[in-house]
Design a protein around this ligand. Structure first.
Ligand code: NAD
Length: 337
């Protein structure tokens, strides 16, 4: 069986997902595309030689009879309305993060989905599909290092542009750790504090960089995440779990070891797109397979809501310097795995 997909938003990630679904993955074809910039959408169709119709409006695309599932890859502020439209049409929808730009927007989606009575939404958090994180989770689940007590993590980018602001360290950068660490530990956050070390002279004057985010989880695990977006040397994701009987570390991306010029070295990636490229393939193939099998299993609207509530608490903690509670209502039974 082949799943007919319509895509709203043909910018950077939209184009890339269209390429995946039409050229790389199994079981899907792109039949409809839309972008507020119509030329953008038409160009993707011609560049990739797709047999797809260009729609002037995302809502018409959602309603189109031949569209069986929707990918929402437009700008964040437009996600909520298109996801709600897909739910209203009873169509499965994969929405890039963020699910909505406010926690209330995510809650609206959770409520609409629950009312529909069946999971229809997957959020584009791809780190749970990364081979390294999966291997790390397997070690934790197997009990080889006992219960996780502490996590030391880092999210480092070489540089960011002038438009990047202090709160974006949470909403654009940490948001991936917020999601993947909940999944890794099968736990929820209860509080967060943000502290600012000495500022790097390499950061723009308006940006506080680096930052350290300190979480406590419901089970009492403590997590520190360093966010350092002007680290200069590369794109570097670290995650070390200290358990009761041992330590488990996220594997480094594979790279050739070199002996040259009296140095032993391995390369460090510099572009985030290269770090999780395989995870995007696995993530979308998972969505396609799940839709065809009739049951979604990837990151849910509830996960999108939990991430939004946590991010709001982190931003409040940045501003106050205080320990801020993360208050999430109990997960509705609807979302129990
Ligand atoms: P982009 O600016 O390159 O593309 C966004 C596109 O959406 C543009 O072509 C724009 O014209 C279109 N658009 C905006 N409003 C629209 C509307 N109402 N209807 C139809 N089209 C509309 O941005 P991007 O980098 O492709 O990011 C898109 C989304 O994907 C963002 O929410 C971003 O956070 C997310 N993203 C996620 C990851 C990830 O790692 N999971 C990576 C990159 C981007």
């Amino acid at each position: 069986m082949t799943l007919n997909i319509g895509v709203i938003g043909t910018g950077a990630i939209g184009r890339d997902h269209i390429r995946r679904c039409s050229k790389v993955l199994q079981g899907s074809r792109i039949v409809a595309v839309n972008d507020i910039n119509r030329d953008n959408a038409a160009k993707v169709v011609s560049d990739l030689k797709l047999d797809a119709k260009v729609y002037d409006n995302g809502h018409d695309l959602v309603k189109a009879a031949d569209v069986q599932a929707v990918l929402v890859t437009s700008w964040g502020p437009s996600h909520e309305e298109f996801v709600l439209a897909a739910i209203a049409a009873g169509k499965p929808v994969f929405c890039e993060k963020p699910l909505a730009v406010t926690a209330q927007g995510c809650k609206n989606i959770v409520e609409a989905e629950a009312k529909h009575g069946k999971r229809l939404v997957q959020v584009g958090f791809m780190r749970p599909y990364d081979q390294g994180y999966r291997a790390l989770k397997q070690v934790l689940t197997s009990g080889q290092i006992g219960e996780p007590l502490m996590l030391h993590c880092a999210h480092r980018n070489p540089t960011v542009g002038e438009a990047y602001t202090t709160d974006m360290a949470i909403t654009d950068t940490l948001i991936h750790e917020i999601d993947v660490l909940r999944w890794l530990l099968d736990d929820d956050y209860v509080s967060v504090q943000v502290v600012f070390p000495r500022k790097s002279a390499k950061a723009f004057p308006h940006l506080k960089d680096p930052q350290i985010v300190l979480f406590e989880t419901a089970k009492g695990t403590r997590i520190d995440v360093e966010i350092f977006v002007n680290c200069q040397y590369g794109y570097d994701i670290q995650c070390e779990v200290v358990g009761e009987t041992g330590i488990a570390k996220l594997p480094e991306p594979s790279s050739v070891q070199m002996r040259s010029g009296a140095k032993l070295s391995t390369e460090i990636l510099t572009d985030w797109k290269d770090r999780f490229i395989d995870a995007y393939d696995v993530e979308l193939q998972g969505f396609i397979n799940d839709v065809l099998a009739g049951k979604l299993t990837g990151p849910s609207a509830w996960d999108g809501y939990a991430a939004a509530v946590t991010a709001d608490a982190c931003v409040a903690a940045q501003l106050s310097g205080e320990i801020v509670p993360v208050t999430l209502p109990p997960r509705p039974a609807f979302y129990n795995k």
